[in-house]
Design a protein around this ligand. Structure first.
Ligand code: IPE
Ligand code: IPE
Ligand code: MG
Ligand code: MG
Ligand code: MG
Length: 294
């Protein structure tokens, strides 16, 4: 399989299992479960679960990485539902459709996000039950990443920074925590389930790769906000400027933001190269993420 076929095959697997393995829309209360499914099944690039599957395939093992991949996408999807709420970024469009609070209502969107968080951990606890130590490690890693010091902490500072004078220190904190932490953890969960999951040196390299890839990813997200269109992105373009967001583009301009994204990507590539194993796909994916158009 070439790179595009492999990417599509990972994405198809996630999209399929998102339907078969999770609570159906009709489950009572159907208003809630249908809103959860509305956002989960709206597509999206599935980048984080793809990273989980690909990191597992660096050194494949006997354990199934799919539940871990679903768990990271569930947490990511909740974070997008809440990110779009009027009290946060106030975005009406997500993944090419009305945002959850637009398709339903604000209260339903808040609750759909709320319900997705424990669902991710329920899935991990249930599916890795035959391997309790490993299961607990995965729960711990994902909980820490989704929590107040990482994802939610990054989101908090992102909001607090709105309308303030851009500075590198705040911006680095926001990007590292709201975005890079989940990208790093997506890789780590998959790798942990592979045959070299306990190897410290490889784990350290993967942390380096994930962190750099995550910083590149958010820099590109900020760039696309100004260089792309609402139609191409499936979410409102030029939204960051409207909201007075602190971004690399606002702090240092488009060219510098692009340069930074390239530098972070180079660092990620170097770490993936050092890891060896079946790293071909991840190398191509990191390059693809830098030049993505949505
Ligand atoms: C959007 O993530 C939120 C950021 C961290 C920038 P994605 O660009 O991965 O969104 P989807 O999952 O493809 O919709
Ligand atoms: C959101 O960052 C990161 C999350 C944790 C959801 P953004 O606010 O830049 O994401 P978009 O641009 O709305 O997708
Ligand atoms: Mg935001
Ligand atoms: Mg947003
Ligand atoms: Mg953005």
């Amino acid at each position: 399989m070439n790179f595009s076929e492999q990417l599509k095959s990972y994405q198809d697997l996630i999209n399929q299992r998102m339907v078969t393995d999770l609570p159906e829309s009709g489950l009572r209360p159907s208003q809630l479960h249908s809103a959860m499914n509305y956002s989960l099944q709206a597509g999206g690039k599935r980048l984080r679960p793809v990273l989980t599957l690909a990191a597992h395939d660096l050194f494949p093992g006997e354990l199934n990485p799919v539940p871990a991949a679903l768990a990271v996408e569930i947490i990511h999807t909740y974070s997008l539902i809440h990110d779009d709420l009027p009290a946060m970024d106030d975005s009406d469009l997500r993944r090419g459709r009305p945002a959850c609070h637009k398709a339903y209502d604000e209260a339903t969107a808040i609750l759909a996000g709320d319900a997705l968080i424990p669902l991710a951990f329920e899935l991990l606890a249930r599916e890795y039950r035959p391997h309790p130590q490993l299961g607990l490690d995965l729960v711990h890693m994902l909980a820490r990443t989704a929590g107040g010091e990482k994802l939610v902490g990054g989101q908090m500072e992102d909001l607090l920074a709105e309308g303030t004078e851009p500075n590198e220190q705040t911006l680095s904190f926001v990007h590292a925590n709201k975005t890079a932490a989940m990208i790093e953890t997506s890789l780590l969960l998959g790798f942990r389930l592979g045959s070299m999951g306990g190897d410290e040196k490889l784990t350290q390299l993967l942390i380096e790769a994930g962190h750099a890839l995550g910083l590149a990813f958010q820099a590109v997200d900020d760039l696309l906000d100004v260089t792309s269109t609402t139609e191409a992105l499936g979410k409102d373009a030029c939204h960051d400027e409207d909201r007075n967001k602190m971004t690399w583009v606002a702090l240092a301009g488009i060219d510098r933001a692009r340069e930074l994204a390239s530098q972070h990507t180079e660092r990620a590539l170097a770490a993936f190269r050092k890891m060896g194993g079946g790293n071909e796909f991840l190398l191509r994916l990191a390059e693809h993420m830098l030049v993505r158009e949505k």
